[in-house]
Design a protein around this ligand. Structure first.
Ligand code: CS2
Ligand code: MG
Length: 408
């Protein structure tokens, strides 16, 4: 068989997504996720203008060759746009291969290594009472692992904390806060560092020692501040402290690692194994945060995880709602198959998203499972998608109290 057609589908059911659909001359369809939050149309153009014309007529079974061709022969390597485009092609071709084999994709990756993938949900609250209600909601839904994010006195709305505390409310910026320009939030790292350890103490006290707790620092600390936070959180036994400092300075993580034994997770904005080279070989992290969607697909992330396995580093793939159900399904198949799976982020998509992307994955007793449909197990409904038009939407900007733009 060969590739007959390839289409880029841009839609906005609940939030913006870029999806690639590849069809073979026998009519087998594969889907890939190419969504880069806030920069969606750049990947859509990269695919449409420079990748799709090269796919037509290729042998769809030659996945490794397609990957190497798109990575090496473009000359311009790496970067989120390029790697998301390659990921979409790679995942769509794996979807086709598994459908042709009549098997769920994880079977082609070596079969299941576990009954399901431990998932963590996102609890948050502007204050401690609201956070505890949110944690209880997650426990009631069956979560065994929960990320907790808290408001900080004096700072107002903070990214990662739902402003509306009713069950099911989300902190992410779509669609409620779609604005032509990024919203602005205030940030003060010293206020945050004073506040967070007390919140963890109270949550441990209330919910006991067994609950798996995680926290995301959204790149806002210096290595020294991150080391100090990690140290002060040690009594509360975190599963991980995520993105405590911007990860492009890999050497900075030596400073963090030398100061704390709190497990560290990093990499949701990374694109290739080279972003991890020092972090992995020097064992400066415990978990790889990459998503299949932003790291060149299953082909590349599987190799990255094999490299990480040598150093006892596990997966914690990025799974917020801007990873489409196609991207999430792909990493569930990979997570089920690899030996060094750690945990999977799971922020349930909105009803609109799940109407357009019909999925076979399940969440039961705290575990996600990709399902047993042939391929990825995701179908895309064009008719419904047509009702959700793309609207530009941006993540917020964080500014310090004096107006300086800060990492977030
Ligand atoms: C977050 C995300 O899921 C996470 O850990 O860091 O909300 C992230 O900020 C967004 O996916 C950005 O696109
Ligand atoms: Mg994060």
């Amino acid at each position: 068989m060969t590739i007959r057609s390839a289409e880029v589908l841009v839609s906005s059911p609940g939030r913006n997504f870029v999806t690639l659909r590849i069809t073979t001359d026998d009519g087998v369809v594969g889907l890939g996720d190419a969504t880069v939050n806030g920069r969606e149309l750049a990947v859509a153009a990269y695919l449409t203008e420079h990748v799709l014309p090269l796919l037509i007529g290729r042998d769809e079974a030659m996945i490794e060759d397609a990957w190497q061709f798109l990575y090496r022969s473009a000359y311009w390597r790496r970067g989120p746009i390029t790697m998301a485009a390659i990921a979409a092609v790679d995942v769509a071709l794996w979807d086709i291969k598994a459908k042709v084999a009549g098997l769920p994709l994880y079977q082609l990756l070596g079969g299941a290594s576990r009954t399901g993938c431990l998932a963590y949900g996102h609890a948050s609250g502007t204050d401690l009472d609201a956070l505890c209600v949110s944690i209880q909601n997650h426990l009631d839904q069956g979560f065994k692992a929960i990320r907790i994010q808290t408001g900080v006195p004096g700072l107002g709305q903070i990214y990662g904390v739902a402003g509306d505390q009713r069950p099911g409310q989300r902190y992410d910026y779509e669609p409620a806060k779609r604005l032509p320009k990024p919203a602005e939030e205030l940030w003060d790292t010293r206020a945050y560092l004073r506040h967070v350890p007390g919140v963890f103490a109270a949550v441990r006290e209330k919910f006991g020692p067994e609950l798996v707790l995680l926290h995301d620092g959204h790149h806002r600390m210096t290595p020294n501040q991150a080391g100090s936070l990690g140290k002060s959180l040690e009594p509360y036994d975190l599963f991980w402290l995520e993105d405590c400092t911007p990860g492009e300075n890999q050497e900075g993580m030596r400073r963090v690692r030398s100061q704390t034994t709190t497990p560290l997770a990093i990499g949701e904005v990374f694109n290739t194994v080279y972003d991890y080279q020092t972090l992995i070989t020097e064992q400066l992290i415990d978990y790889v945060r990459s998503a299949v969607t932003h790291t060149g697909g299953i082909t590349a992330l599987r190799k990255l995880m094999d490299f990480a396995a040598i150093y006892q580093i596990k997966s914690g793939f990025h799974g917020p709602t801007d990873i489409s159900p196609v991207g999430q399904a792909a990493q569930l198949h990979l997570g089920l198959a690899i030996h060094n799976f750690g945990i999977q982020e799971y922020m349930k998509h909105s009803e609109e998203t799940l109407q357009v992307f019909r999925t076979s994955y399940t969440f039961e007793n705290g575990l996600l499972h990709p399902g047993n449909n042939p391929g990825l197990g995701v179908d895309y409904d064009d008719d419904l998608a047509a009702g959700f038009e793309y609207t530009p939407a941006y993540l917020p900007t964080a500014r310090l109290l004096d107006g300086t733009v800060h990492d977030w």
